[in-house]
Design a protein. Structure first.
Lengths: 477, 347
């Protein structure tokens, strides 16, 4: 069978090109790998190699022809003694374009973005309906705490340590690695005692090398271990961002479900006190942007414990955002053998009927204090602690908004593209008719964190702002 | 416990054998079966890649497509030195690695065309394919990222106290990424069983090693981390296998990581849209004519009368049939069902 040589596509965007030169002539023998022609594309002049061997029986598109569409037969190759036959029929040659009327195409480099073919863009009228809707995940409610369970006042720090120790006792594949987690006992003492109990094989001090050890952790997770990677703070995880996003979060999808990364990245996040811009950033919104990650940000010690245990057991990469200021705060934690909470479920911290106040992590400290003040003004605030940023329990938020008709969100992160912005957007799309006032989002100020004590205070949200916002949406001001 | 015990026994073995840094072994002579196996293995990669290039030209394969033509001896020889359970991980010039790890040609080709029968159900593409079953850990699109990941695979081996080695590939270009050296440090510090295979094909995209690298002897890149390294003729499958055996023994004996700089060459451009203006045609032709890894084996087979031209043609036909079947499957298999858009994001 004669083989037609087709006009090749030589770049991700090429639709047509020019046959600039034939390096083999009719009657020439060619073997695989021989350069037979030169093709000019929108990016460069490329050589075309023969893939099969035989005789170049007929050239169908002459050298110098422009605007040859991809996949047009340009020549015919025959095996020894074979006829050209039907394949030799020249297609109607595309009209050579005058060079001066050519609109130069924009060159794109290899690493650059590529234009999608227009036909691939779903058009609103025709194809929108074909895009399948995102499936809805059912998330279990918190487990019931049996009546009479002893509650033990515990710091967030102890709760986190207990969670890790319990999971390490339960599963030999769980280990912790990070800077100063072993001999130093944790830069913030979260891993206190773990080296003594589990030994250096499972409590691994790393060099100061975030990008590298994040990658080592992800590789170990791909091999089936369950690493807990501690970042001394999430500010330093910026160095490891590529491994967290490109390797940990995307591999399950890119492998068609074959291989994921059961790993927890944890550590303090957000502003501590007086450590200035590079050490005082809240990454909740950053990580919440990425499909393939779960993002947890607890406030209470009980949630810290129950959710960290869940995160370690979760087969997906989980970003677990703690807060240095909360580490020393005490909360009641149920004394149960295995207290595990569901990731992705918000908790109604206080029921109320006048306004919904949503927060998470350290943001809850402002919400709780504001509620106490507002109670004195006879405003009954419902506080929702989101606990998990991704997947987000919007159902609980929206159910509450349908009851109170008012929403205020508080977080410490930067205001633009904040978590609060996303919540406000979802509520306006899904519960617009239930709103009696615009949603107010309170965030940190749009400035790098200053060092000076007075300026730092101004850069963060404050209780007064929350009180004012609640009064505004309830038209009390 | 297991780790400690293994390390102790391995140490005495290592002391006897390798108290000094390893030296490049002489290429082992191959048996007839080994030569034929290497010939077939390399030919499968070559023909597969030629077909992939052709399908790209026809528009069946989209995006980027990085061909392995010219470098076949590296993965083929190293695979001959690996045992069951040893892991392999590489960057985006990965089709040859997958074929060497015995992943299905149909599955690889259908992934290239973005079809549901592809190894990643069409969701990964040329640069992102994996097989837990065959211990192939990807297929990674970010230059250098696989080096830390491969070090993590070795970490898991040591953690479990098994005897396996992580064979972690990267190119001369990735050798300049920072996380490579972060990984070297940890691998050496913790004596992780990882072979860093630097496939030096002389060009990082279009930048030659002399234009990008202050130290162009890549076997020396681990010296400040006490990682030994050797240079290997990556065009000679026998030399690659011998170096691979030495390196796997080194790792299995508990000595920690080792670097193999594979001196090789890619005939094709960096990707399909590379006109290769940064090197001369003569350079490519000369290496092709004088050092082609497949022709070397073929010449030995004929010379030793281990195979006739006809027998080699029969192998060629068998390989072409496999590739044709893969290509046919990859063109006719349907695209993924639209419901796949939302699957495999989280478990």
């Amino acid at each position: 069978m004669p083989i037609e040589i087709l006009m090749p596509a030589l770049s991700p965007t090429m639709e047509e090109g020019n046959v600039s030169k034939w390096l083999k002539q009719e009657g020439d023998k060619v073997v695989a790998g021989d350069v037979i022609a030169e093709i000019e594309t929108d990016k460069a002049t490329m050589e075309v190699e023969a893939v099969d061997e035989g005789t170049l029986a007929k050239i169908l598109i002459a050298a110098g022809t422009e605007g040859v569409k991809v996949n047009t037969p340009i020549a015919v190759l025959t095996a020894d003694g074979e006829d050209v036959g039907q394949a030799g029929e020249a297609p109607s040659a595309p009209k050579a374009k005058a060079a001066d009327s050519d609109t130069p195409k924009q060159a794109e480099d290899d690493a650059g973005g590529k234009a999608r073919e227009p036909s691939q863009e779903p058009s609103a009228d025709k194809d929108a309906a074909k895009i399948p809707a995102a499936p809805k995940a059912e998330i279990a409610a918190d487990p019931d705490i049996p009546a009479g369970t002893e509650m033990v006042s515990t710091t967030v720090r102890e709760a986190l340590r207990d969670a890790m120790a319990e999971e390490m006792r339960r599963d030999p594949d769980v280990f912790i690695m990070g800077e100063e987690v072993a001999e130093y006992q944790g830069a913030y003492k979260i891993t206190q005692g773990l080296l003594q109990e589990f030994g250096e094989r499972r409590v691994v001090d790393t060099p100061i090398t975030e990008h590298g050890f994040a990658g080592v952790g992800v590789g170990a997770a791909m091999a089936g271990l369950k690493p807990i990677v501690e970042f001394m703070t999430f500010n330093f995880a910026m160095q490891a961002m590529d491994q967290i996003i490109n390797s940990a979060a995307k591999t399950l999808y890119m492998s068609g479900g074959q291989m994921g990364a059961p790993i927890v990245f944890r550590g303090p996040n957000g502003a501590a006190a007086r450590v200035a811009a590079q050490h005082s950033q809240d990454y909740a919104a950053w990580y919440s942007h990425v499909p393939g990650l779960k993002v947890v940000m607890p406030y209470t010690a009980a949630d810290a414990k129950g959710l960290l245990k869940a995160a370690i057991r979760d087969p997906n990469p989980v970003i677990f955002l703690e807060n240095e200021i909360l580490y020393g705060q005490s909360f009641d934690v149920p004394k149960l053998d295995d207290f595990v909470l569901p990731i992705g479920k918000a908790r109604i911290h206080r029921e109320g009927r006048d306004v919904t106040l949503v927060s998470w992590g350290i943001g809850m400290t402002y919400a709780v204090k504001a509620e106490a003040e507002l109670r004195g003004m006879d405003i009954d605030v419902e506080i929702i602690d989101l606990r998990t940023i991704r997947p987000m329990d919007l159902d609980t938020v929206i159910a509450s908004v349908k009851k109170t008709n008012r929403l205020v969100v508080v977080e410490e992160g930067f205001p633009q593209s904040s978590v609060g912005d996303f919540i406000a957007n979802q509520v306006s799309q899904r519960a617009f008719d239930h709103l009696d006032a615009p949603v107010i989002t309170i965030a940190g100020k749009d400035v790098p964190m200053p060092y000076a004590a007075n300026l730092e205070k101004l850069a963060l949200p404050n209780v007064g702002e929350v009180v004012a916002a609640v009064k505004a949406v309830t038209y009390r001001s | 416990m297991a780790v400690a015990a293994r390390k102790a026994s391995a140490k005495s073995k290592a002391d006897a054998k390798s108290s000094s840094a390893p030296v490049a072994p002489k290429p082992a002579e191959f048996s007839k079966e080994q030569e034929l196996s290497a010939y077939r293995g390399m030919l499968l990669i070559r023909r597969f890649e030629e077909k992939a290039g052709q399908l790209y030209g026809m528009g069946f394969i989209g995006g980027f497509c990085h061909l392995y033509i010219g470098q076949e001896a590296v993965v083929t020889g190293l695979k001959m030195a690996m045992i069951d359970g040893d892991q392999m991980i590489t960057a985006y010039r990965d089709h040859g690695h997958m074929l060497a790890m015995e992943l299905s040609p149909r599955g690889v080709m259908a992934e290239l065309t973005g079809r549901r029968g592809g190894l990643s159900k069409g969701k990964g593409g040329s640069m992102h394919m994996f097989s837990k079953e065959k211990h192939f850990y990807g297929g990674h699109g970010i230059v250098g990222a696989q080096v830390s990941l491969g070090t993590g695979l070795a970490f898991a081996n040591r953690y479990r106290g098994n005897n396996n080695v992580s064979v972690t590939y990267f190119g001369d270009g990735a050798a300049n990424q920072g996380q490579v050296y972060e990984s070297f440090n940890m691998a050496s510090l913790w004596k992780l069983p990882v072979i860093y295979v630097i496939e030096n094909n002389r060009y990082a995209m279009g930048t030659s090693v002399v234009r990008s690298s202050a130290e162009t002897d890549f076997s020396h890149r681990g010296l400040s981390f006490r990682i030994p390294g050797i240079q290997v003729n990556g065009m000679d499958v026998r030399a690659v296998k011998s170096a691979g055996e030495m390196a796997t023994e080194w790792c299995r004996a508990g000595n920690g990581p080792i670097i193999l700089e594979m001196q090789t060459y890619r005939y094709r451009g960096h990707s399909m849209s590379d006109p290769a203006k940064y090197r001369s045609k003569e350079e490519v032709q000369k290496i092709r004519a004088e050092q082609d890894p497949i022709e070397q084996v073929k010449a030995r087979l004929i010379d030793k009368k281990w195979a006739s031209e006809d027998e080699l043609k029969a192998i060629d036909k068998e390989v072409r049939d496999i590739v044709a079947d893969a290509a046919e499957f990859a063109q006719t298999d349907p695209e993924p069902d639209v419901s796949e858009l939302w699957t495999d994001i989280v478990l």
